[in-house]
Design a protein around this ligand. Structure first.
Ligand SMILES: [Zn+2]
Length: 267
């Protein structure tokens, strides 16, 4: 009898490990979480269903603003088979408060420019919704260009008490014309030479909502729907759009939640 129970326990713990994922117990705000489950047919992250690839891979983001633990529920045939919780490590984002600035520091935008910005923003919003079946996101990433990091993820300025939107990527200062490579395998889902804010802009899709954006490019060397490999040259560093000097703005997101590119898996 004892032997049977022992076998049963071994069997159960074996089974448990086939769906107990390598999810971390804790993760910083702005991290990309990649997991694998061989048994779940549905996974909920804080109640929202996410895509699972046929070979069991899934991905989600922990946002910059997330404070509460993230609840991940694994379901098979409508039954909960596992619950995991990831505690969120709060990051010390660089917040700059500048008060006493004269009002109306920027010249108001004309109607045409406003129309253009709205049109471009709506287009980008649609691009972010794309949900392709590839799982390129599970491979290691590479930095898209060499240079000095002059802007970090999550930094924010509060001007006269008004919070500006946080920095949603990193800035890498490099000479104009320096090559920009794909941070991972992907499909070009956006390639534009002249967006109002981001100038020459490329967005690559790495599957399951994971995308990378490359902005202020002086040259966009890929076309829509082109498949690219990690390390492949896709464009050149520039200062196009609203930019004060040559640099690459590089962002990584899962749908519309941005993550810190420096927290990605590099090897
Ligand atoms: Zn930037």
């Amino acid at each position: 009898m004892i032997l049977i129970i022992r076998f049963l326990l071994i069997y159960l713990s074996f089974n448990y490990h086939t769906f107990a994922l390598d999810l971390p117990e804790t993760a910083p705000q702005g991290s990309l979480i990649i997991g694998e489950s061989s048994t779940a047919d549905m996974i909920l992250v804080d109640g929202e269903s996410i895509k699972i690839s046929p070979d069991g891979f899934y991905v989600f983001a922990i946002s910059r603003e997330q404070v509460e633990p993230v609840n991940v529920t694994f379901i098979r045939s409508n039954e909960i088979i596992n619950l995991e919780q990831i505690f969120v490590e709060e990051q010390d984002f660089d917040i700059q408060r500048i008060d006493g600035l004269p009002e109306q520091m920027v010249t108001p935008l004309g109607d045409d420019v406003i129309k253009r910005i709205i049109k471009e923003n709506n287009f980008i919003k649609d691009v972010k919704k794309m949900d392709l079946d590839f799982t390129f996101f599970k491979e290691k990433f590479v930095m898209p260009t060499n240079g000095i990091i002059t802007g970090v993820f999550g930094s924010q300025r509060i001007l006269n008490g008004i919070a500006k939107s946080p920095h949603r990527g990193i800035d890498i200062a490099a000479e104009k014309g320096s090559r920009v490579i794909a941070c991972n395998d992907g499909i070009v889902i956006h390639a534009e030479n002249d967006l109002y804010y981001t100038g020459g802009t490329i967005i690559l899709d790495h599957g399951h909502g994971v995308k990378s954006i490359y902005a202020h490019l002086s040259s966009v060397d890929v076309v829509l729907n082109q498949q690219v490999s990690r390390n492949e040259i896709i464009g050149k560093v520039g200062s196009t759009g609203r930019s004060t000097g040559p640099h690459l703005h590089w962002g990584v997101m899962v749908f519309d939640t941005y993550v810190d590119p420096l927290l990605l898996k590099y090897n």
